[in-house]
Write a protein that binds this ligand. Structure first.
Ligand code: NAD
Length: 472
């Protein structure tokens, strides 16, 4: 069969892949996007960001109803129908995946469904439902993403041991759920299942949950989780798991002691592994690092001149919006523009209750590198808007260069922090100073004012909190 030739072949249709395919098509390229799944959108849309946020929204409604008694509003105990919850969640996913297909069609991006395998640097073989198809291209972008890591010792082939993929299906609401890993997924899905009624024990190998976020931002999340979960065990590792009837027997290493417990289900959330196997990459000049991530330079170029790579498959922080940004850079570079992934501020958001969001330099990073900073903070106890929500457990802080007064980082914890952080990203990208933020009129009463007031704290004259004047 004659191969089909295209300007650009994109392998993978997640937020990296489809962003690249669409942008290239908008710039006039002939594009073929290859995806092994029936639905477009990748893990984020189908089995990650989107379904988890739908479930977290459902959890938020339950919690908001529960916490309304003191307002004179009481509801009965919620009855939860997991099957209906699943159908609703799936309807959101289907709508969005259908939207991606529609957007591809409208742009003339050809979608080929099947598993792609590189025959050489310029040819992809696709195993489709109808047989093999060969695609040759001028350039390729690999955006095949990652999957949940499942350490060998935990992989018993027992469906009661879940990754986020299975947990998001909410087969049932287990009475007891062990969550291994206190990172993004462990904390977000732990929050969902705790609210749905499971007794959660969360174990984390490190001495903190959400490593990477500053300790003062993590504190309110930990406080909330300590109430919502049965137990959080830091510095704890699971050493062994075994099937025990309809339960899982788990052995822990806790302060040098071995303890055993039974759980109805276990969620393994200990990071993600790259999908770089069985792609035929050995037939190209693409090189992988020791962990199997594709090595790229700042222009998203691999060591094969025709092939670019973006998103989780390239390692680093595994966030959808980073993949989408890298998609734009790869497309611009292959179109001959001088783009590069340098000085790009990538915000992080953990959708716990309360949410945590940060961007740019963290306080911990500044301390570790010895960089001089000032950290004006505005506690949400002083925010009128936070008080109307009864959620004063928030904090907004800026990381400011004391010499130039430039904003180097922003950290927020609190209800809706994820929606607020973009202003911080813009401030950093624009090279804004604390003065710029302080002089920008923010609408009252909103949580966004906490960013302005944090900047005012830097100068010692925030309206709603009393601070000492900035030295000098
Ligand atoms: P993670 O890297 O965020 O957290 C994994 C945690 O597990 C770490 O804290 C680690 O110390 C701990 N751990 C590792 N091995 C352990 C063991 N044997 N016992 C106990 N603890 C152990 O990984 P994740 O939560 O699996 O999420 C994967 C990736 O998915 C994240 O890196 C993130 O980029 C992405 N993600 C993002 C979002 C979001 O943007 N809101 C949400 C979910 C996932």
């Amino acid at each position: 069969m004659n191969p089909t030739h295209t300007d650009l072949m994109v392998l993978g249709s997640g937020p990296g892949g489809y962003a690249a395919a669409f942008y290239a098509a908008d710039l006039g390229k002939k594009v073929i996007m290859v995806e092994r799944d029936k639905a477009l959108g990748g893990v984020c849309l189908n089995r990650g960001c989107i379904p988890s946020k739908a479930l977290l929204y459902a959890a938020h409604i339950i919690n908001a109803a529960r916490e309304s008694e003191h307002r004179g509003i009481t509801f009965g105990t919620p009855t939860i129908d997991p099957s209906k919850l699943r159908t609703w969640k799936q309807s959101i996913v289907d709508k969005l995946a259908g939207g991606v297909s529609q957007l591809a069609k409208l742009r003339g991006v050809q979608v080929v469904q099947g598993r792609g395998y590189f025959e050489d640097s310029r040819t992809l073989r696709v195993e489709t439902g109808e047989g093999q198809q060969f695609i040759t291209y001028d350039h390729a972008i690999i955006a095949v993403g990652s999957r949940s890591a499942m350490p060998k010792d935990f992989d018993l082939g027992n469906p009661r041991i879940m990754t986020s993929r299975e947990a998001l299906e909410v087969e049932d609401i287990p009475e007891s759920l062990l969550v291994i890993g206190g990172g993004y997924i462990g904390m977000e899905l732990g929050t969902v299942y705790a609210t749905l009624g499971s007794k959660i024990v969360l174990v984390e190998a490190l001495d903190t949950i959400l490593a990477g976020a500053d300790a003062d931002l993590v504190r309110p999340v930990l406080a909330y989780a300590k109430k919502a979960f049965k137990e959080i065990r830091l510095k704890t590792k699971v050493s062994k798991m075994a099937t025990s009837g309809k339960q899982i027997k788990v052995q822990f290493d806790l302060d040098g002691q071995k303890i055993e417990e039974l759980y109805d289900r276990v969620l393994v959330a200990v990071g993600r592994s790259p999908n770089s196997q069985d792609l035929g990459l050995e037939n190209t000049k693409v090189s992988l690092d020791q962990k199997g991530f594709i090595q790229v330079n700042e222009q998203q170029q691999t060591t094969d001149p025709t092939i670019y790579a973006i998103g989780d498959i390239t390692g680093g922080v595994m966030l959808a919006h980073k993949a989408s940004k890298e998609a734009r850079i790869a497309v611009e570079v292959l179109c001959g523009e001088n783009s590069a992934f340098t000085n790009v501020t990538i915000p992080a958001v953990v959708f716990t209750d309360p949410e945590v969001a940060w961007c740019g330099l963290t306080e911990a990073e500044a301390k570790a590198s010895g960089k001089k900073i000032q950290v004006p903070k505005f506690p949400w106890g002083a925010s009128g808007r936070a008080i109307t929500f009864d959620r004063t457990d928030g904090l907004t802080k800026l990381i400011v260069d004391p010499e130039t007064e430039r904003i180097l980082g922003v950290g927020i914890v609190g209800l809706g922090a994820g929606e607020l952080i973009a202003e911080g990203v813009l401030a950093i990208e624009m090279g804004a100073t604390a003065k710029d933020l302080a002089l920008t009129v923010h609408p009252h009463p909103t949580l966004s004012e906490t960013l302005m007031e944090a900047a005012e704290v830097f100068y010692g004259h925030a309206t709603h909190t009393v601070t000492r004047k900035k030295a000098g």
